[in-house]
Design a protein around this ligand. Structure first.
Ligand code: SF4
Ligand code: SF4
Length: 441
């Protein structure tokens, strides 16, 4: 790997705009690493100040500076809060790319990730192999394999894409592609099946392109911008040739990256990519299903051709028949929706999933929002910090009977500490709702 650490930082708009920082500190308010660590260098403002000194030659690259730049979880909360519109995460990405050769442990991690990502199924095979070896020699006790153990991950018998690539219905109303992402493909195929079944129930043909590769966000996070761009090129090629209404994804980080990140990186993107709750919230077929089963809430967009019954405009708070059926079905009353950071801060999604969950008859209780502490490779490189951030969510979520989210990686993180209550992806809830209504119907 070429060592760029002694070269001056190349021009990038984000680096230039970060020099405009007035040190107001607004960006610190929701910074999870600052909330956890409480030192200035672990805050968004502190990181920008360090970058500024580094650019201006006042600060040499050191272990500490490297640590401050790579300990950012890339949640994007700071971008949303900065009154000057400084994009802190773009700045961090650029500096990471520049100093990527500084830390040997990270170089090894990057090489490992690139190796398994070269062919999508390699990662799955590697995980299965590790599991088999672990039965003979308990390697999951040793770092870095101990992380798999700590995250309490169970590796399924087969990948989602082993189950097929095209799922047709008899009279299709349209075609939808799914951006599967690594976590659902390798670890949670059932989440994938839930979406395929739901889309089929809504009369869509569903396509999972064989040539999809990792979105590249984990590589970008390690400063491996050129490798992430390679992934971008492959995915754009795989998805752009499909004649589909939308490319729906389970993971807001993947969707943000393939839709917005690719543009910055590559000048092109998968423009019709859409996060799953946004897709269902705006979908007429799903609205029809809700109206026909008389579950809807005020504010839910109903643009279906079916007339709205007065009853369908009610909020189902437990008294109506449909709501009670749903509650019995899930065996739960108090649901917390966990907002993935990239949904809220990058894709501006917050109300949509709550409206969907209310529409299927679940009561959402209020909770303090915050990062789960996963952050992809952050989980591997900063375990203690990651678990400290997670601990805050665990305490907050004690009051829920069930937790629902829209990100498979948040599910990994939350499941590593919560095993007494269901934690579901929103597409699992949607699919269970559709199936239960098919049975009732
Ligand atoms: S991206 Fe998140 S962790 Fe990183 S500086 Fe901004 S708020 Fe803090
Ligand atoms: S909010 Fe913006 S201007 Fe204020 S300290 Fe943070 S980056 Fe600087």
């Amino acid at each position: 790997m070429e060592d760029l650490t002694h070269n001056p930082l190349p021009y990038h708009y984000s680096i230039t705009t970060s020099l405009l920082c007035v040190k107001c500190g607004s960006c610190k308010a929701l910074c999870p690493t600052y909330i956890e660590d409480a030192t200035e260098g672990m805050s968004a403002r502190g990181r920008i100040a360090l970058v500024t000194k580094f650019i201006e030659g006042e600060l040499e690259l050191s272990k500490k500076l490297d640590d401050r730049i790579f300990s950012c979880i890339l949640c994007g909360a700071c971008n949303k809060l900065c009154p000057l519109g400084i994009n802190v995460t773009d700045t961090i990405y650029e500096v990471r790319n520049h100093i990527r050769g500084f830390n040997k442990k990270r170089i090894l991690l990057g090489l490992g990730i690139k190796l398994v990502l070269k062919k999508a199924s390699n990662l799955f095979k590697a995980l299965k192999l590790l599991e088999t070896i672990n039965e003979i020699i308990p390697i999951f006790r040793l770092y870095p394999f101990s992380i798999i153990k700590r995250m309490d991950i169970t590796i399924p018998t087969s990948m989602l894409k082993d189950k097929g690539n095209i799922f047709r219905v008899s009279k299709p109303k349209g075609r939808i592609a799914i951006f599967t992402g690594c976590t659902v493909n390798f670890l949670y195929p059932n989440i994938g099946i839930s979406l395929i079944e739901s889309l089929n129930a809504m009369n869509y043909d569903v396509i999972l392109p064989k040539s999809e590769v990792c979105c590249g966000a984990p590589l970008m996070g390690l400063g491996l911008k050129e490798d992430a761009a390679e992934m971008a090129e492959k995915n754009i090629k795989a998805f752009k040739k499909l004649n589909v209404e939308a490319v729906v994804g389970f993971c807001p980080t993947c969707i943000d990256f393939i839709k917005n990140g690719y543009k910055n990186l590559f000048g092109d993107a998968i423009d019709n990519a859409v996060e799953v709750s946004q897709f269902f919230k705006d979908n007429n077929e799903f609205a029809s299903l809700l109206v026909s089963s008389q579950h809807s809430v005020a504010g839910y967009k109903n643009t279906s051709s079916q007339p709205e019954s007065p009853k369908s405009r009610k909020t189902f708070g437990g008294a109506e028949k449909g709501s009670q059926e749903s509650h019995r079905f899930y065996g739960t009353k108090k649901v917390i929706y966990h907002d993935p950071c990239h949904s809220v801060y990058s894709l501006n999604i917050s109300d949509e999933p709550r409206k969907i969950l209310q529409s299927v008859g679940l009561d959402i209780i209020d909770s303090e929002k915050g990062c789960c502490g996963f952050g992809g490779t952050f989980r591997l490189l900063y375990q203690e910090l990651s678990e400290g951030i997670l601990e805050k969510r665990i305490k907050e979520y004690q009051k829920a009977d069930m937790i629902v989210t829209s990100c498979p990686n948040c599910i990994i993180q939350l499941k590593s500490k919560i095993n007494d209550r269901p934690i579901k992806h929103i597409v699992e809830v949607i699919n269970e709702y559709i199936k239960s209504n098919q049975k009732i119907g």
